[in-house]
Design a protein around this ligand. Structure first.
Ligand SMILES: Cc1cc2nc3c(=O)[nH]c(=O)nc-3n(C[C@H](O)[C@H](O)[C@H](O)COP(=O)(O)OP(=O)(O)OC[C@H]3O[C@@H](n4cnc5c(N)ncnc54)[C@H](O)[C@@H]3O)c2cc1C
Length: 496
């Protein structure tokens, strides 16, 4: 009998597990795949080490309280060497808007103001407003907002910061941007600034998340872990085990066991059962309630949540190895390419590019680089095809994307050394995420982050951690969810 079982070793699950183990809880992590990390995992092919998903990493700063990846590793007496990225994103946008988001805040503002000089005041006031959110968050220890004693402590310790956050919690970026900015092209730019991590436009993106992303990129900065993103999960597992926790791989949970309305453990695909006082699911809310708890009736508050949030698209991914001569010394690590504003949220509309080997050359054979290119894609587009049709469609879409990438990397086709293609079905299969989704997005405009659930669920003893809980997607965000979840479980079990 364990104190806590964590289903899944994504960053959310591992932060929960490590935080609980250092508080003295006995913890077992059950991971369906062969390695940890989920969407922050990696795979190796022909001398290349590819990140599965995430590669623009926040949370590795050295100061403040929002550097949650640094803090999660430090909690188990570990750290990672990271490489600072001098530019967060190089945008290649409609109407020749070609702009770099520099690590230095003033440099970024000047780059943007150069395109929109008539909006110089509005630009500064909008991004300064984001700093207000960040400055509130960055004063407080980030723990469970559903734990009253912590809330009281936070309020009496930082009353102004708490009031500031309460003010921004129900707000979305669009309203605030329009308060300061009038130029429609500039508002479109704010849309893609949001879309590139929230996968919804500014009107649907919560201000709390924007405050984090738009400010932390200039504060703690974007930093790439040496050895690849997979190192984060590997290190957290090392810390977990060192502190007495356990992890089992190829341990796919097929059922969360419920007795007399209370969760008592889990059952694996091989029928083995494990018991615990508390179970934390790092699978998505849809996987947890519709697959792992079946035939238990979905609780009414989950049905309401499903009416407010829907699954975001998945991605079509190209993992490429290319000859190093494709790039110049000015090429940046992260790019976003969009040719028409109207297509921003369409399948194959926005193309995201990461070239992590520009920061850590050891991820590819000497003289070569990695390009991870990905674009939104829905699983429906890939269902019902024969194997032959599926393979043919993969090839067609891949070359369409590569053709588009020629615009920013002329000669990419001729310099291609390796290509592996992933579809939403690949994401579903390897990440265990229903429809391969990137996570929940609002069905319509909601009141900021107010509708995003915390970690407790309506089922006694069951908690959820990761990107389908407050505050949403991204490694630093799910680390926040992990700290909060461990805090709530720790209090419930008497460890705190
Ligand atoms: C293409 C792509 C690019 C991205 N880029 C960035 C980026 O640049 N920066 C950033 O910060 N974020 C990025 N993200 C988002 C970020 O990767 C995710 O938000 C985050 O990793 C999600 O973490 P998680 O803990 O919620 O769960 P996941 O990463 O989904 O991990 C869940 C784990 O649980 C396991 N699991 C699920 N069900 C079971 C079961 N039944 N039994 C056992 N194990 C199970 C899975 O195998 C998996 O290991 C990107 C995501 C994608 C897909």
């Amino acid at each position: 009998m364990y104190d806590v079982i964590v289903i899944g070793s994504g960053i959310g699950g591992l932060v929960t597990a490590t935080q609980l183990v250092v508080k003295g809880a006995s913890v077992l992590v059950l991971e369906g795949y062969t390695i940890p990390g989920g969407s922050a995992g990696y795979f190796e092919r022909e001398g290349y080490r590819f990140d599965v998903g995430a590669s623009m990493i926040f949370g590795f700063g050295e100061k403040g309280t929002t550097n949650l990846l640094t803090r999660a590793l430090n909690a188990v007496d570990l750290s990672l060497e990271t490489i600072p990225d001098r530019v967060q994103i190089h945008y290649h946008l409609p109407l020749s808007l070609d702009l770099k988001v520099e690590r230095n805040y003033e440099d970024f503002l000047q780059n943007l103001i150069a395109y929109f000089p008539h909006e110089s005041k509005g630009i500064r006031r909008f991004y300064d407003e984001c700093w207000k959110v960040f400055n509130c968050l960055n004063q407080m220890e980030l723990l469970s907002l559903e734990e009253p004693r912590y809330l009281m402590r936070a309020f009496f310790g930082h009353p102004l910061a708490c009031l500031g956050l309460a003010k921004y919690l129900p707000q979305n970026v669009g309203n605030i941007a329009r308060r300061f900015i009038k130029d429609p092209q500039l508002l479109k730019f704010i849309d893609i600034e949001c879309y590139c991590w929230s996968v919804v436009p500014a009107d649907m993106t919560p201000m709390i998340n924007a405050g984090m992303v738009f400010s932390d990129r200039h504060y703690g900065g974007v930093n790439y872990p040496k050895g690849g993103v997979g190192q984060i999960a590997q290190k957290l597992v090392e810390g977990l085990v060192k502190k007495g926790g356990e992890i089992k791989y190829q341990a796919r949970v097929t059922q969360i066991l419920v007795e007399k309305g209370k969760v008592v453990g889990v059952k694996l695909a091989n029928n083995q059962e494990y018991r615990a006082q508390r179970v934390v699911s790092n699978a998505t809310r849809w996987n947890t309630f519709e697959k792992l708890l079946s035939p238990v009736e979905i609780p009414p508050n989950e049905k309401q949540w499903q009416q407010r949030y829907k699954k975001s698209p998945s991605f079509f991914s190209l993992h490429m190895g290319v000859n190093a001569k494709l790039f110049s010394s000015h090429t940046e690590c992260h790019h976003i390419l969009l040719s028409e504003w109207e297509k921003m949220t369409d399948s194959e509309g926005t193309i995201f590019v990461s070239i992590p080997t520009l920061l850590d050359p050891e991820l590819a054979p000497k003289g070569y680089h990695i390009i991870h290119g990905f674009t939104p894609s829905w699983i429906d587009e890939w269902q019902g095809l024969s194997e032959k049709e599926y393979e043919a469609k993969k090839e067609t879409v891949a070359w369409r994307i590569i053709d588009k990438l020629e615009k920013i990397f002329p000669g990419i086709d001729a310099n291609l050394d390796f290509l592996e293609i992933g579809t939403p079905k690949t994401h579903r299969r390897f990440l265990g995420r229903v429809d391969g989704t990137y996570g929940p997005i609002p069905r319509q405009k909601l009141r900021g982050l107010l509708g995003m659930p915390f970690n407790r669920t309506a089922i006694e003893g069951l908690y959820i951690v990761g990107d389908s809980t407050f505050p949403g997607q991204g490694l630093n965000a799910v680390a926040f969810s992990g700290f909060a979840c461990a805090h709530r479980v720790g209090v419930d079990l008497g460890f705190i």
